[in-house]
Design a protein around this ligand. Structure first.
Ligand code: PLP
Length: 358
């Protein structure tokens, strides 16, 4: 065995050991007092060691890059990330003894920057989210390092047939519920990797479950999906960290998506706050986007007179957004009026009555 083979074998061993040490994330139910015939569940990905759904992806990306011979001993690893992925990759880079650089918009929350630096990562800032790709590629060339590129490889690095991916875990944890096969799974998209993994798994396992993807403002996934295109772009970056993109990312696979829902940012932040008051978990913004879309899916099921279950994701912890989404002055300064959406969501949860907001 050459030295690099030895390093590769040890690195894979350490990643597998981390997997073996980690327990799976929980699935919890949100009580719907006004909706007796439907159950809503959250897959709580904030309980991973690096506290977001990106822990799974980061481990898969490192295994994929090492087993492809792209990442070798002492090599600098670079990632273009709004934060969550970088936090998780910094964690894995550290215990593989690899320098790590995260390229992100300068608007990224200080909590995420601290978490990346806590794991020994270095942060490289760019003006807007559209610049992160080229800056990451340049840094990889300058350092002789490897650009992990979650946006391209998320859908490829994750094993969609099983191997304890997020979809397999959801179905295992739903097995003893009243409606073990959910009618819908609702997620949002940053890379699109989570949606791709779940959508493929549903088809591979021949489940009747359908996949709905929520899209925030300042993002082009919805428009591309609705128009069957992939070339629509926009300038502004998403206000909901981790989701929504100014271009249709390579890992977003419209072919596995059964429905998309556009969610106003004020609705995302309102739903996040309502959930925080009803469960003892502080969710992040993208969880609010997921919840608001899931409630519309539930409204439609009730209109069709169907009972059943719906599953969505709690993607990361709200502690990371204390200075932003949980700060009323921050919301007001940016014109996010969450009051009408809070009233709409509370009324629907407590009475099953969905009152549209004009
Ligand atoms: C907080 C949060 N939620 C949701 C997502 C979306 O996940 P994916 O990239 O798998 O589409 C991300 C992605 O970065 C995220 O950071």
């Amino acid at each position: 065995m050459t030295a690099s083979d030895t390093w590769c074998a040890e690195a894979v061993g350490r990643l597998e050991a981390d997997f073996n040490r980690s327990a799976d994330t929980h699935l919890f139910r949100l009580e719907l007092p006004g909706i007796p015939d439907i159950e809503l569940y959250f897959k709580d990905e904030s309980t991973h060691p690096t506290r977001s759904l990106k822990h799974r992806l980061a481990r898969s990306l490192f295994l994929y890059a090492i087993c492809n011979g792209w990442v070798r001993e002492g090599m600098t690893v670079i990632e273009a990330s709004s934060g969550s992925t970088a936090v998780s990759e910094a964690y894995f880079a550290r215990f593989l003894g690899l320098p790590f650089i995260a390229v992100m918009p300068k608007s990224t929350s200080p909590e995420k920057i601290d978490a990346i630096e806590f794991y020994g990562g270095r942060c490289h800032f760019v003006e807007s989210s559209g610049e992160i790709y080229a800056a990451s590629q340049r840094l990889a060339e300058q350092t002789g390092g490897h650009y992990m590129d979650q946006f391209t490889y998320a859908e490829r690095a994750t094993d969609w047939r099983g191997n304890n991916n997020i979809a397999q875990s959801i179905f295992q944890q739903m097995a003893s519920e009243t409606h073990p096969v959910p009618r819908w799974i609702v997620v949002s998209a940053g890379t699109g990797g989570t949606a791709a993994t779940i959508g493929r798994y549903l088809r591979y396992q021949r489940h009747a479950t359908r996949l709905c993807v929520a899209d925030p403002e300042n993002s082009v996934f919805y428009d591309n999906y609705m128009q069957g295109r992939a070339d629509i772009t926009c300038q502004a970056g998403s206000n909901v960290e981790g989701i929504g993109r100014p271009r249709c990312e390579p890992s977003f696979l419209p072919g596995v998506v059964d429905q998309m829902i556009k969610v106003p940012d004020a609705a995302s932040f309102a739903a996040m706050r309502v959930l925080a008051e009803r469960v003892d978990h502080l969710p992040g913004g993208s969880t609010g986007t997921n919840l608001y879309a899931a409630l519309q899916v539930i409204r439609d099921l009730r209109q069709e007179g169907l009972a059943g279950s719906v599953v969505t994701l709690l993607c990361d912890p709200g502690e990371r957004y204390r200075e932003t989404y949980y700060n009323d002055a921050w919301l007001a300064d940016r014109g996010f009026d969450i009051a009408p959406y809070r009233a709409q969501i509370d009324r629907f949860l407590d009475s099953g009555d969905w009152v549209p907001i004009e």
